[in-house]
Design a protein around this ligand. Structure first.
Ligand SMILES: *Cc1c(COP(=O)(O)O)cnc(C)c1O
Length: 412
């Protein structure tokens, strides 16, 4: 008899974006003429930049020749891309890593979800709250999170990241956390932490022999020069942290698929007997067994964003989105809404007015202004009372959505 992995049955049935779609569809049935604008889902909208497109065409043409054809590539990725990453993303920030610490992947979601496989099932995990749902759900799937009660998993330490603490989560007290997920710039709050704050986490991990899984998917959006782009800018981090990066938000690769993970050779975890096991070797073994590499074409595309033209072109698109963010912040604040984020990240995190819940405000905005936001509570209990707006829309749609919100708000 084939038995199911019962942990999958513990996953919460209601996936946030599916719920949003259901509610928007219900609205559309009743209001077929309304034109709904979504500032909800975190996908990019602007096309790939010319340097990337050109590199992809060239890679396809190479594959069409007997000499240039590539079959299976190295599971860890091609050296041309790993070298470009070290040279452009880390060396200029004073971080010197070696090439075999870089693992190219098909996007950060896979690795942020898969990495926990290397860890014993009864590690105690901690997450900042609200959070990208992948971190928790991937741990639920192997039974690490306990049971779900009142919007929380019993075996997860939630570390609130709210306006009350200035969006700087506090270190866990009481039972030490073994594995800590951090994401800065943060999705969904759009907020960042400075080096001093990040150093606290690194020191906590070193002191408690904990592992930090650091998601830097939005580092390209950082404008403030004092905000760290990589956790390895903090001394000691290469002993306790793994970092995930993605070209999805940096260069519009949500459909192309390419990202990478840094697993420093100095990061190790323990056996019950106290033997230290380096995660770099374990991850290499895992990837070589379960992953056959990202396509050559995607990797050439990613390499192209490090060319002088590529750099300029992706910056242009990032600036485009950040203009949306600045505009959204200014309009929403003028209307009296309490907004956070949006300065070093493409997300605005807004407190719902008059004590309404995230879902109540979601519906009010949908019915009143025909604009879709993302209910904050979908990202964790501390997201209740907030909604998220994304700056990934076109200027035109974003402007129109803001005008509608303004009109709606002024009628009240
Ligand atoms: C979008 C996003 C990613 C990137 O996912 P990909 O699989 O690389 O497209 C990773 N982490 C967070 C928090 C994100 O929002």
């Amino acid at each position: 008899m084939a038995l199911v992995n019962i942990h999958f049955l513990n996953l919460q049935q209601n996936y946030l974006f599916a719920d949003i779609v259901k509610k928007v569809n219900a609205f559309r049935v009743m209001h077929p003429k309304a034109d709904v604008i979504s500032l909800g889902i975190g996908d990019v909208t602007q096309p790939l930049c010319p340097a990337v497109v050109e590199a992809m065409h060239k890679a396809v043409d190479e594959m069409a020749t007997a000499d240039g054809f590539r079959g299976y590539g190295p599971e860890q990725g091609y050296d041309f891309l790993r070298e470009a990453i070290l040279k452009n993303d880390f060396a200029p920030r004073g971080v010197h890593l070696s090439i075999d610490e870089v693992f190219i992947n098909d996007g950060a979601k896979s690795d942020t979800g898969n990495f926990q496989e290397l860890l014993h099932w009864d590690n105690f995990i901690g997450v900042t709250d609200p959070i990208y749902p992948v971190y928790i759900d991937s741990n639920v799937m192997i039974g690490r999170c306990g049971t779900y009660r009142d919007g929380r998993w019993t075996n997860v330490r939630y570390m609130p990241t709210t306006a009350e603490n200035g969006f700087t989560p506090e270190l866990p007290k009481g039972r030490p956390v073994d594995v800590i997920y951090l994401c800065f710039p943060n999705n969904p709050t759009g907020t960042v932490i400075n080096k001093q704050e990040l150093r606290k986490w690194v020191n906590y991990a070193l002191k408690n022999d904990a592992l930090i899984l650091f998601d830097a998917a939005y580092q390209a959006y950082i404008r403030d020069p004092d905000i760290p782009h990589s956790i390895y800018e903090i001394r000691g981090a290469r002993k306790c942290a793994v970092e995930f990066r993605s070209f999805s938000k940096t260069a519009g690769f949500t459909g192309v698929r390419c990202g990478y993970t840094i697993v420093p050779k100095d990061v190790s975890v323990s056996t019950f007997e106290g033997e230290r096991i380096p995660l770099n070797q374990l991850w290499l073994r895992r990837q070589c067994t379960k992953f056959n590499g990202t396509s050559y074409i995607s990797q050439r595309a990613a390499e192209a964003i490090y060319s002088p033209e590529g750099k300029k072109q992706i910056q242009h698109t990032i600036d485009y989105y950040m203009q949306n963010a600045a505009h959204m912040l200014s309009v929403l604040r003028n209307l009296g809404f309490e907004c956070y984020g949006g300065e070093n990240a493409p997300y605005i995190w807004m407190r719902t007015p008059d004590g309404s819940t995230s879902w109540q405000f979601f519906e009010q905005l949908l019915y009143g202004a025909n604009v879709v936001c993302t209910p904050g509570v979908g990202f964790g209990p501390s997201g209740e009372g907030y909604v998220r707006f994304t700056a990934f829309g076109s200027h035109e749609k974003t402007e129109e959505a803001l005008q509608r919100i303004e009109k709606w708000k002024n009628q009240h």
